[in-house]
Design a protein around this ligand. Structure first.
Ligand SMILES: *[C@@H]1O[C@H](CO)[C@@H](O)[C@H](O)[C@H]1NC(C)=O
Ligand SMILES: *[C@@H]1O[C@H](CO)[C@@H](O)[C@H](O)[C@H]1NC(C)=O
Ligand SMILES: *[C@@H]1O[C@H](CO)[C@@H](O)[C@H](O)[C@H]1NC(C)=O
Ligand SMILES: *[C@@H]1O[C@H](CO)[C@@H](O)[C@H](O)[C@H]1NC(C)=O
Ligand SMILES: *[C@@H]1O[C@H](CO)[C@@H](O)[C@H](O)[C@H]1NC(C)=O
Ligand SMILES: *[C@@H]1O[C@H](CO)[C@@H](O)[C@H](O)[C@H]1NC(C)=O
Length: 294
């Protein structure tokens, strides 16, 4: 009876209903959502996706072209435990990006274009365990106290960045640190680097690839791997005396010499005074004796 042309409208309704169930109403376009996880890997996204469910625990934005993490949208996701932003184009200052993500355990920002990490960038991430910052070729500075509130950190990777220097105090207060990636950075092997290398050795922190940690400057040490550089710097910085050290030693010598002279002089005075006093005492005794006789 019914004309055979065109699909039954009931089918269309059913199909779209099934489609809506598979693609939950709260899932951002181009992403897949399941079990509190949102996966937007490799979708050529230019911007942070909108309409991410607020109870999301795991958010994967890897391999897109996102250049900036909007603070407001991101910080609505306060249950986030796992955030993967690897292989994007993030270059902005991240100082306010993570202010309310204090449950975050895993953060991957590798293969981006970060330039700088400051004390406030990760200061609210007090549960962070894994932090990947590797392969950010323009990352040139990590401020001293950048990880002071991330005491749970176990795995930190800053390999293949533009870092020339990392202050020992940046990682010194991380009692749980087990692995620290430092390879293929243009390290400046001056005496500050020795301090850093010695700390590593003493604290048993593991470098995943120690042979790939080498100096870029000064030119005389270029390409030297860490273990050899450490012993060389040890000699240069701790044993080899600088001109100022000679001046200092000279000054100390002079002080000892002067102190000796003054001490000898004082001792001489004491002896003279003592002798003067005792002879005077004897004279007194003689006088008393004479008085007693007479
Ligand atoms: C996310 O999606 C990508 C590609 O669709 C897939 O390779 C990857 O395994 C997914 N990750 C998770 C944790 O589901
Ligand atoms: C990424 O975005 C930039 C502009 O923001 C564009 O020039 C570039 O082609 C994009 N790359 C990809 C792989 O989409
Ligand atoms: C990275 O950022 C620098 C400026 O900070 C810019 O000059 C450069 O083009 C950026 N690189 C990419 C691949 O976006
Ligand atoms: C350290 O983390 C705690 C908990 O997230 C936060 O309350 C505190 O303000 C943070 N400290 C600093 C210096 O940011
Ligand atoms: C070592 O080099 C870094 C920069 O690469 C510099 O900040 C630091 O002060 C230098 N240390 C010494 C002892 O020269
Ligand atoms: C060390 O660097 C070389 C060349 O850059 C690379 O092929 C190798 O995989 C690296 N080794 C480790 C353990 O990462």
């Amino acid at each position: 009876m019914s004309p055979p042309h065109g699909p039954d409208p009931l089918w269309l309704v059913l199909l779209s209903a099934v489609g809506a169930m598979a693609q939950s109403p709260n899932c951002p376009a181009k992403c897949t959502c399941q079990y509190l996880g949102v996966n937007c890997t490799g979708q050529q996204l230019q911007e942070f996706p909108t309409a991410i469910p607020l109870d999301t625990r795991q958010l994967i934005l890897a391999t897109n072209n996102i250049s900036y993490l909007p603070s407001v949208e991101l910080n609505f996701l306060s249950d986030l435990v796992y955030l993967d932003c690897r292989e994007n184009a993030i270059s902005e200052d991240l100082d306010f990006a993570f202010i309310s993500l204090n449950k975050l355990v895993y953060l991957d920002l590798s293969f981006n274009n970060l330039t700088r990490v400051t004390w406030s960038t990760f200061s609210q991430l007090s549960n962070l365990v894994v932090l990947k910052l590797s392969d950010n070729p323009n990352l040139a500075e990590i401020e001293k106290d950048s990880f002071s509130n991330n005491t749970g950190l176990r795995h930190l990777d800053v390999s293949r960045t533009g870092l020339t220097f990392l202050d020992t105090s940046t990682v010194k207060e991380l009692p749980n640190l087990k692995s620290l990636g430092l390879s293929e950075n243009p390290w400046n092997c001056n005496c500050s680097f020795l301090d850093f290398a010695l700390w590593m050795k003493e604290n048993g922190v593991r470098f995943p690839d120690p042979k790939n940690i080498s100096c870029y400057s000064p030119a005389a040490l270029r390409g030297w791997p860490l273990p050899e550089v450490e012993s060389k710097l040890h000699y240069t910085c701790l044993l080899h005396l600088q001109e100022t050290d000679y001046a200092f030693l000279g000054l100390i010598g002079f002080c000892i010499f002067s102190a000796g002279t003054v001490a000898a002089w004082l001792a001489g005075i004491c002896v003279v005074l003592y002798e003067f006093h005792t002879t005077k005492g004897e004279d007194d005794e003689e006088e008393e004796y004479e008085e007693a006789i007479t």
